[in-house]
Design a protein around this ligand. Structure first.
Ligand SMILES: [Zn+2]
Length: 185
C-alpha cells in the first residue's frame, strides 16, 4: 500500500495530501506505474540529455534548465521547468543555474499564455516530499495555465482533473512556441 500511495503521490504532486478522492482517470495512472518500474535513476537528469525528446515530452533544453510536459498532469497543458542540476532545494542550485531556471519559468508562462490564450497561471514548487514533491531529489517548478471558468480551480483544490487533450496532441501544439528557447544543439 505504501508503494501504491507513493506512486499516486508522484503523479499529482501539487495536490494537497488530504482529502483526495480516488482518481477519475485510469490511463495515465497505469502508464505511470509501468514507467516507474522501467526507469532507473532520475528522469529529470535523463530527459534533457537523451535522444527521446518526443517520448519524454521535452519542449526545450537549455544549458542550465529545461521544460517538459508533465506526463501525469492534473490539468491540461501542465508543464514542468527543471534545472539540469540534480539538486533538491533552491539554495543548493548555483546562482547562475537558479537565474536561468527562473528565467525559463518566466518564458514558459509567456509562451503558454501566447499559444493557449490562458487567462492565468498557477506557478509553484513543492520542495521536499513532505510538501508533496513526487520527485523530491530533483527540484522542479510547475506551470499550469488556467482559463476563466475552466474548472473553478477544482484541479488544484479538489483533485478533479479535466483532460481535454491527450498528451501527444498537447506536445505537438506547444512545441513550436518553445522552438526559439531550445538551445540543445
Ligand atoms: Zn536528477
Amino acid at each position: 500500500m505504501a508503494s501504491a500511495d507513493s506512486v499516486a503521490r508522484g503523479g499529482r504532486d501539487m495536490v494537497p495530501a488530504m482529502d483526495r478522492p480516488e482518481t477519475l482517470w485510469a490511463p495515465w495512472r497505469m502508464e505511470y506505474i509501468r514507467q516507474k518500474k522501467r526507469e532507473d535513476g532520475c528522469i529529470f537528469c535523463a530527459f534533457p540529455s537523451r535522444d527521446t525528446r518526443r517520448e519524454d515530452l521535452v519542449l526545450a533544453v537549455q544549458p542550465h534548465a529545461f521544460v517538459c510536459l508533465n506526463r501525469y498532469p492534473f490539468a491540461s497543458c501542465h508543464v514542468l521547468v527543471c534545472p539540469r542540476a540534480h539538486v533538491a532545494t533552491m539554495d543548493a542550485l548555483a546562482p547562475d543555474a537558479f537565474d536561468a531556471t527562473m528565467h525559463l519559468v518566466r518564458e514558459t508562462v509567456t509562451r503558454l499564455r501566447g499559444v493557449l490564450s490562458a487567462d492565468g497561471f498557477n506557478v509553484g514548487m513543492n520542495l521536499g516530499s513532505a510538501a508533496g514533491a513526487g520527485i523530491a531529489e530533483h527540484m522542479h517548478g510547475h506551470v499550469v495555465p488556467r482559463w476563466f471558468g475552466d474548472t473553478n480551480f477544482m484541479p488544484v483544490l479538489a483533485d478533479v482533473r479535466v483532460m481535454p487533450e491527450y498528451l501527444d496532441q498537447t506536445y505537438a501544439h506547444l512545441l513550436p512556441a518553445f522552438a526559439d528557447l531550445d538551445q540543445a544543439s
